[in-house]
Design a protein around this ligand. Structure first.
Ligand code: ASP
Ligand code: MG
Length: 402
């Protein structure tokens, strides 16, 4: 059986750790597994590369930017291959173009279109361990692209889908997916089983455990995900279709995103088409707009929306160019988004009421809010994040003492 094993940045963060990962792979081979390995860049490396590019031009998202960012993975897969070879295991390090990981050409947020699964299978059958660079792809005219921060998870699932593997292991520095970020909420617990939909919301609402596209692809190709520790043997969290997850608590997690920025436009230029033009321009530039609200008073209409910190500068520039001097554009940094997520919310009324009561009681003002069938999210001041997360975690019975 072929197993896909993805190792994150901290798992390959030093030579010592790379040697440990190699030991683990060798042990799994001895147990009869045929591994395909995907690795991220050594921890901190991609950030370092981003900083270098920013020193020259913080807004560039072109072929050079992606080529630069993709270089981190080249180093880690090469080192891992050397470590396996030292242990007598034949390894084949592969960059995206060598494996035909084909993407579109949206730099820094490219989407995988196809992978050469046959080549991967052929390698495994030749008894070599493919060690694939995560996070990168290649366009049909051979430009290097990257899949967005955290994108190595997506590479792993795409490989699993391309060879029809039904499970994909994501090795990381935490033992499992938690009910909240344990650094923020001391009483966060490990979650043994989650369903795809919940994980998808968690990933899109700020949990860094898995890349959003990875879960989306896992659903599409029915690949079960297993998030587990690189440093411990025990199992972590399984992410499976809804019917297969055991219990559905009303809320299964409190997720946050501390890199939210809100842009406010007032008064919104009148005239038809401003909003459609604004949001299509942002979309064309690859900016994902999150929550959008509008309100009126006698002086006009206020439009507010949130974007990630990463996109904030570019978004502000685009908005400024579009409104000129006809409106004030405010940028509110130091914001955070806090969300409660759970498929159980579908069948339980009153979740929104409890959400607002908790934040009211601890005097946390809400700037923007949005809900769906299985989540409620609010944008709040970053300084209130910890108490809001703890309050919601307790309210929805996620604390580890209940
Ligand atoms: N190295 C890339 C990043 O830091 C991709 C990944 O780690 O998944 O975002
Ligand atoms: Mg990651």
């Amino acid at each position: 059986m072929i197993t896909i094993k993805k190792f994150g940045g901290t798992s390959v963060g030093s030579i010592e750790r790379i040697e440990k990962v190699a030991d683990r792979i060798v042990a799994d081979i001895k147990k009869g597994q045929k591994p395909v390995v995907v690795a991220s860049a050594m921890s901190g490396e991609t950030n370092r590369l981003v900083r270098l590019a920013h020193e020259i031009d913080p807004l560039n998202r072109g072929p050079g930017y992606d080529m630069l960012l993709a270089s981190g993975e080249q180093v880690s897969i090469a080192l891992l291959s050397i470590a396996l070879e030292k242990r007598g295991v034949t390894a084949t390090p592969l960059l995206a173009h060598q494996l035909g990981i084909q993407t579109d050409s949206i730099y820094s947020k490219a989407r995988i279109q196809s992978v050469d699964g046959e080549k991967l299978k052929a390698l495994v059958n030749q008894n070599t361990v493919p060690i694939v660079a995560g996070f990168q792809g290649v366009t049909d005219d051979f430009k290097i692209t990257t899949l967005g921060r955290g994108g190595s998870d997506t590479t792993a699932v795409a490989l699993a889908a391309s060879i029809g593997a039904d499970a994909c292991e994501i090795y990381t520095d935490v033992p499992a997916v938690f009910t909240a970020d344990p650094r923020l909420v001391k009483r966060a617990r490990e979650i043994p089983v989650l369903c795809y939909e919940e994980m998808m919301e968690m990933a899109s609402l700020g949990s860094k455990v898995l890349h959003f596209r990875c879960v989306e692809l896992a659903v599409k190709f029915n690949v079960k995900l297993h998030v587990r520790s690189t440093f411990e043997e025990r199992e972590g969290t399984w992410i499976v279709p809804e019917g297969e997850s055991m219990e559905n608590p009303v809320v299964s997690s409190v997720t946050h995103d501390a890199s939210t920025v809100v842009l406010k436009i007032f008064p919104t230029p009148s005239g038809t088409g401003f909003k459609s033009q604004l949001f299509s321009t942002l979309a064309e530039r690859g900016i994902v707009v999150d929550i959008i609200t509008q309100s009126h008073n006698e002086e006009g209409q206020r439009l507010a929306f949130s974007v990630s910190e990463e996109d904030a500068l570019l978004a502000k520039k685009i908005v400024d160019e579009m409104v000129g001097s006809s409106a004030r554009v405010d940028i509110m940094k130091d914001m955070a988004k806090i969300s409660t997520i759970g498929v159980g919310m579908r069948n339980h009324p009153g979740v929104a009421a409890r959400f607002f009561q908790v934040l009211d009681a601890i005097r946390v003002p809400i700037h923007l809010v949005t809900t769906s069938e299985i989540k409620i999210s609010a944008v709040i001041d970053k300084k209130n994040l910890e108490k809001a997360a703890e309050g919601l975690h307790r309210e929805f019975h996620l604390d580890d003492d209940v």
